[in-house]
Design a protein around this ligand. Structure first.
Ligand SMILES: [Zn+2]
Length: 70
């Protein structure tokens, strides 16, 4: 299977990444059902997954902090 990585701009084996999770967080309700996806090579895909997990934990830790303050 051959695709085009939008991050490193080269033809390679790709996976579709659900970009709305981190890139369009504010528009989730508006773009519901559209499900914008980004084509990424395996390397970039993993980078995105990792950065998404980091974002997730940042939010999670913030929530925990806010809870303990109250
Ligand atoms: Zn790539």
């Amino acid at each position: 299977m051959c695709g085009f990585c939008k991050d490193c701009m080269k033809e390679t084996e790709t996976k579709l990444y659900h970009s709305e999770l981190i890139l369009n967080t504010k528009n989730i309700s508006k773009s519901e059902g559209l499900g914008s996806k980004v084509e990424l090579c395996l390397e970039c895909y993993e980078k995105m997954v990792i950065s998404e997990q980091i974002e997730y934990w940042k939010v999670h830790i913030l929530e925990e902090k806010n809870r303990s303050v109250r």
